[in-house]
Design a protein around this ligand. Structure first.
Ligand code: ADP
Ligand code: MG
Length: 419
């Protein structure tokens, strides 16, 4: 063993790096979300009287504060209920205003790793049951699971609030939402009031819900718009004060991290990721401050990470289509028409030694690339009598795509020797 530890714990940059953890750190105050907080409050207020809350559907792009605002509201709700019950305990029982408090149980579930209604139902049931009565994740009839779930909810004798974050991951089968909505409206629940909140990154999820579920779940809808650069700078300021040493950054660093994220998707997630990565780079290089160059480098890292993630979710032919588009872009031929792009796509397939799909199938893949935000399509008029045609271009930096393909297992030929 060497006589010197390989770890270096001297810190010039981070006071507390965990504060820049996007998912685990809960900010005490939220910037520019007053309107959403008000709407949330009016929908949830009935709970404080022991009544049924409005069902809520929350939507907005990733990084717009949906999860953070939801936790903020739930924390206040628990706090106020707690105060209520201490007031009851401490009061003279004859004082009629303070004789009761509400039983509240919140079940918060992130559905990201759950891909069906059945899985969500089992998770909810197990969350409500104690250790000794957990059910197996498979092998039960769905009806049993739902009946047991409603039994548990009813046993609570109070208000049960079910929060399904990233609910769009359950896909087309919205049975769980249907069942929860139905339990509320029929006499399935005798002793408890149930409230349901669904949170979604995907705007089309709402449209695809069956009409009955939509009417019930979307009693109250709250939209979270993307942040602009000024708002993102404010968010970063609060975060940096706690996470970084005063001398380790200046306003310029925050401004440029925010500007990049605002220009891209208006996501606070991205802005915070850039700042944390810039801090890591400075730390690694043993510097005392985060420089503008490091912010630029950090943007590249975050962008590449995002692109890799998007590419990882594509089917092989989705990747070949994207690969063809990236080569076209490198050759300065984008925006490009589908017919011409098809030639690139065909060559990629040949090099990968796989059959080429039809032009029509390529179109479907291109539509998917557009949907996830890695490519963009625009409709063109071909002039007099020429009709309309579609053109495609990348919606991310071509170098990030090339870089991401280097470590992809479906695309074996790098673009370094393009054609
Ligand atoms: P979403 O759930 O919409 O994807 P999050 O709530 O996870 O977004 O927000 C992403 C990150 O940005 C989190 O770390 C969160 O704490 C922070 N954040 C988002 N909105 C705000 C805000 N208005 N004020 C302070 N921090 C915020
Ligand atoms: Mg979220």
């Amino acid at each position: 063993m060497p006589n010197q530890s390989p770890f270096d714990t001297t810190q010039n940059i981070f006071q507390n790096r965990d504060v820049l953890d996007v998912d685990d750190y809960q900010p005490e105050q939220l910037i520019e979300r007053d309107e959403q907080i008000d709407e949330y409050a009016s929908a949830l207020e009935p709970i404080l009287n022991g009544w049924k809350p409005n069902n809520i559907f929350v939507y907005g792009k990733t990084g717009t504060g949906k999860t953070a605002t939801t936790h903020y509201m739930l924390n206040w709700l628990r706090h106020d209920i707690q105060e209520q019950s201490s007031a009851v305990e401490g009061s003279d029982k004859k004082d009629s205003n303070t004789t009761s408090s509400t039983n509240l149980e919140v079940v918060y579930l992130n559905c990201e790793a759950l891909t069906s209604s059945y899985q969500v139902a089992v998770e909810l049931l197990n969350d409500l049951r104690d250790e000794a009565h957990q059910v197996a994740t498979r092998g039960h009839a769905p009806n049993d699971i739902y009946n047991w779930l409603f039994e548990e909810i009813d046993n609570r004798n109070g208000v049960v609030l079910v929060v399904l974050d990233e609910v769009d991951h359950i896909g087309d089968d919205d049975t769980i939402l249907y069942q929860l909505a139905r339990a509320r409206s029929t006499n399935n629940l005798k002793n408890s009031n149930l409230g349901v909140m669904g949170i979604s990154n995907d705007f089309s999820f709402r449209e695809d819900l069956s009409p009955k579920v939509r009417d019930s779940l979307c009693e109250k809808e709250i939209l979270f718009p993307a942040y602009n650069a000024t708002e993102l700078t404010e968010i970063l300021k609060r975060r940096a004060e706690k996470a970084l040493y005063d001398d380790a950054y200046d306003l310029g660093v925050l401004n440029s991290s925010a500007a990049y994220a605002a220009k891209d998707k208006g996501s606070a997630r991205q802005a915070i990721d850039i700042l944390r990565n810039a801090g890591d780079l400075a730390q690694k290089k043993d510097l005392d401050t985060i420089t503008p160059d490091l912010v630029k480098e950090a943007k590249g890292i975050v962008e590449r990470g995002r692109v890799s993630e998007m590419i990882g979710g594509l089917s092989p032919h989705g990747k070949y289509a994207l690969h063809g588009l990236a080569i076209a872009s490198k050759n300065n031929e984008t925006p490009i028409r589908t017919k011409e792009l098809y030639d690139y796509y065909r060559i990629v397939c040949q090099r990968e030694q796989t059959d080429t799909l039809s032009v029509r199938a390529l179109r479907d893949h291109l539509a998917e690339l557009d949907l996830i935000g890695i490519a963009k399509e625009d409709q063109r008029n071909a002039g007099r009598g020429g009709g309309k045609y579609k053109q495609f271009d990348l919606d991310v930096k071509v170098d990030a795509v090339i870089e991401a393909f280097k470590s992809d297992t479906d695309v074996h030929h790098s673009m370094d020797n393009s054609f």
